[in-house]
Design a protein around this ligand. Sequence first.
Ligand code: HEM
Length: 374
Amino acid sequence: MLRDPYPHYRALRDLGAAVFLPQNGLYAISRFEDVRAALRNAALFSSAQGVAANDQVNEMSRGTTLASDAPLHDRLRAIIAAPLLPRALEDIGPQIRSEARRLVDDLVGRGQFDAVTDLAQHLPLTIVSKLVGLEDYGRGSMLRWASATFNVLGTMNPRGCAAMTEVREMRSYLGGPDIRERLRPGSWGERIFEAADRGEVEPERCPVLMRDYLGPSLDTTIFATANLILLFGQHPEQWDLVRRDPGLIPNAINEALRLESPIRGFTRHISADAGIGDVTIPAGSRALLLYASANRDERKWQNPESFDVRRRASDHLGFGNGTHMCAGLHLARLEMTALLEVLIEKVERFEIGAPVLALNNVLRGLASLPVRVR
Ligand code: HEM
């Protein structure tokens, strides 16, 4: 299932608008219109009781940005989203672009590299840790903790259970008494504590809010970036199109997020009986909203399985939709655009080797992708 979820998603879409999964105790919602409508109806499809597929994490994650409803959600989101808004990101754009150029120059000079560990991981790891203010945070720990954050949001299988240890380790590091002193002055982390000084948020929520920058910002962007290279390696004619017309870069990013959505799905708690097509999901149940399936729904997309950079895919659900729509999407786009802008100048062809899948309970992406460039 994790290796190739797409035939299962298609079967779910064909079975019905909402399909009960008895082993998981969840109603799967897999068609585009239904997933989007659910994401836009936060009163009925609530996040306040968690968005995981297991009770343990739903219990312990309540009151985070991801796992809250209005009005708490609006308050938390306003704090963490401030430095991630397009205007605020203008300042760091040049820094990201120059780092992307330095990296691509180096990798292209080598001729062969790993699209995940050498290329895709670099900007999220260096830039994000610097912006958050935790440069000394440890490359190794950050990636381990970020991937664990998503593993525990799925079903509590052995992979999820093993990840709990790492999530606890991250929580105790960020919740440690000296965390504020470790933060670089002027960093995003420091700004959260300043918001608490002004009384905008309870001080005990500061470490929780810092997790919003670290957990969801790494593997998601890394997987999306490596997927772009994989897709361009598999479809050289699409790479030619983007090289001839760089104006297609935003389309290409959307199309890759549509076809290979890094977050496959999150859940919602149903607050009152909910009619989805001809199915009624009873109040108190939990629904699994499958973004990755909605993004390949043949009811919405023509030739959904094909990678077409000319497709207008900007309404894909890879970043979610509605009130919880990804708070970091502008940063993610900025990082991917910066890399593609240099790559189209320097690379004529990506000759890809065998991709290695990173198995994660919620995410889909690669652990490794050898590439040779011409
Ligand atoms: C390609 C990269 C990314 C993808 C595919 C992605 C995907 C998503 C999705 C699907 C959601 C919606 C969750 C829901 O419906 O409950 C989300 C929320 C969120 N993302 Fe991203 N994300 C990416 C990058 C980032 C980055 C770079 C950051 C931070 C710097 C970030 C921070 C967040 C936060 C804080 C939320 C919670 C928002 C809320 O609950 O209001 N993400 N992301």
